[in-house]
Write a protein that binds this ligand. Structure first.
Ligand code: LLP
Length: 432
């Protein structure tokens, strides 16, 4: 993946830095982010739009990994960001992210969060439901403040990995249904509002998708609706946000496409539909999360105990687990790994990699071939950059790992390891 290489001593290096040294300096478990790879992915998206001469915003969906330093890299690459909570908004602002390039998502934004977004004069709020329309109308009227908004619609296309389905009425907690009049109702409530400035529509059809056709179909459905609104209400949508969801390669079973391919197909579909209906080509916005940070992240663990279940399996246990990567337990997600301090040895033995948390399902990899593993070896698991740290927990009061950025031979801490004291600092002693 990315800038990974093997040193002359047979150690895994990322960004020109020996991971065995990183493990020594920062401890384990640690998330190592290959920042050059993040930049490459970001540029892949941005440049494809440029090449096609299409106005666009590429927004990093920061739910995949939210921390001050990653917002700063996103800013350096000229990206926008998508936040889904007051906490992510706070972190982006703390990073000095340009407020006008922040988009706010969510199906139950609170009054406090919306007020915070208005106070911060962010670029756009993606409206999810009728309650939010009323709330935002009230808040913007009281404050006499304008705010750009998009309507989030469910286009009746749902995709995950290699499959997608089209449904008449999508059963989703997110957005206004495109097919049953709800999206039209939302539109009517918004398009002439004095303070809410409707720019267009948003849809997101799923995550870890390998199918360009699903995006094209969703784009077509949404552009058709834009054309309808233009005809009936003379409303000219200027923004079409097609969400995120571009798949990445976790294991050899996954065969994702290049970012450019997804984007190219999307652009074609939007252009074709816009031309057919004679509407202006809207700006196209996308919101990749996983495909920007997923394969940039590698987790380093130290191997501790071993257990043999005779004739069944050989367990090795690492110093982290479902507290830093819930995805195997939650989605049966698969990962690949390697012994970072022994990259050239023959892969001789099958192992199950377990975590240290009190739960039988706390396994990181069910079945992996590695060299003979010793206690103290450093196990690297790949592609852990998205929805790993961001879904980490303190189960068993295990502290969250350190996060380290590497690039061009440099390394720096991006998030400190959580200490016992950090975890206990919100606790209050018994008063009686
Ligand atoms: N935009 C919206 C509105 C979304 O809901 C999401 C993801 C994204 C963009 C970014 O999608 P991505 O490019 O990262 O696929 N925890 C799950 C993934 C949940 C995705 C939620 N929404 C996992 O670990 O696979």
């Amino acid at each position: 993946y990315g800038t990974q290489t093997v040193t002359s001593e047979g150690h895994l290096a990322i960004g020109g830095v020996d991971t065995v040294e990183l493990a020594k300096e920062y401890g384990t478990p640690a998330f190592i982010y290959d920042i050059a790879l993040f930049r490459e992915r970001a540029r892949g998206f941005v440049e494809t739009f440029k090449k096609e001469n299409v106005k666009a915003q590429v927004a990093y969906a920061s739910k995949a990994f939210s921390a001050v330093a990653i917002y700063q890299v996103a800013q350096q690459e000229g990206l926008s960001v998508d936040v889904v909570s007051g906490g992510e908004l706070f972190t982006a602002l703390k990073a000095g992210f340009p407020t006008e390039k922040i988009h706010f998502h969510g199906n139950n934004k609170s009054v406090e969060e919306l007020t915070y977004a208005l106070d911060s004069k962010i670029g756009c709020i993606v409206i999810d439901n009728f309650y939010e329309i009323e709330l935002l109308k009230q808040l913007t009227r009281e404050r006499q403040q304008k705010m750009a908004v998009l309507i989030r619609v469910t286009p009746g296309v749902e995709a995950h990995t290699h499959d997608f389905i089209t449904t008449g009425q999508a059963d989703s907690k997110f957005g206004f249904d495109l097919s049953n009049g709800q999206a039209d109702e939302a539109f009517k409530a918004l398009y002439e509002d004095e303070y809410l400035q409707l720019k267009g529509m948003h849809c997101h059809i799923g995550s870890q998708i390998f199918e360009t056709e699903a995006f094209s179909l969703a784009a077509k459905k949404v552009v058709d609706k834009m054309a309808e609104w233009k005809q009936q209400y003379a409303f000219e949508a200027t923004v079409l946000n097609l969400g995120g969801g571009f798949g990445i390669r976790y294991t050899a079973e996954d065969a994702p496409l290049e970012p450019a391919v997804y984007v190219d197909d999307m652009i074609k579909a939007v252009k074709k539909e816009a031309e057919a209906f004679g509407i202006e080509l809207p700006e196209i916005w996308i919101e990749p999360g996983r495909s920007l940070v997923g394969d940039a992240g590698t987790t380093l663990y130290t191997v501790g105990s071993h257990k043999t279940v005779p004739d069944v399996r050989e367990y090795i246990a690492v110093d982290g687990g479902m507290s830093d990567n819930i995805r195997p337990a939650l989605y049966e997600a698969k990962y690949e790994g390697a012994i970072a301090n022994n990259m050239n040895a023959a892969l001789t033995t099958n192992y199950t990699v377990a975590g240290k948390l009190c739960e039988s399902g706390d396994k990181i990899i069910e079945d992996i071939k590695l060299p003979e593993v010793q206690t103290g070896d450093i196990l690297a698991t790949f592609c852990t950059g998205a929805y790993g740290y961001s879904m980490a927990s303190n189960y068993n009061r295990v502290g969250r790992p350190a996060v380290v950025f590497v690039e061009n031979g440099n390394h720096q801490l991006a998030v400190k390891r959580e200490s016992y004291e950090d975890m206990a600092q919100l606790d209050i002693e018994l008063k009686w």
